[in-house]
Write a protein that binds this ligand. Structure first.
Ligand SMILES: [Zn+2]
Length: 72
């Protein structure tokens, strides 16, 4: 398994900046107009969830959503 495609934190930091907050990382969600930091990433579980738009998943979902965002 390659680290670049399977590590969600590494993947996400290509697009957004993340702040450490206890056991999770928080950042501005790239998938909706985010005024705060609604996106949460759990490095432990390798998943993300946005409390603003409800998007969630793992590295594959993040990458796919990001690609769709860039295309549109
Ligand atoms: Zn969002």
């Amino acid at each position: 398994m390659s680290a670049t495609s399977s590590d969600l934190v590494k993947l996400a930091t290509v697009y957004i900046s993340l702040k450490e907050s206890r056991r999770t990382l928080r950042g501005r969600c790239p998938f909706h107009r985010d005024a705060g930091e609604s996106l949460m990433i759990s490095p432990e579980k390798n998943i993300f969830k946005c409390f603003g738009c409800g998007k969630e998943g793992g590295p594959a979902e993040f990458k796919l959503a990001m690609e769709q965002l860039i295309k549109s």
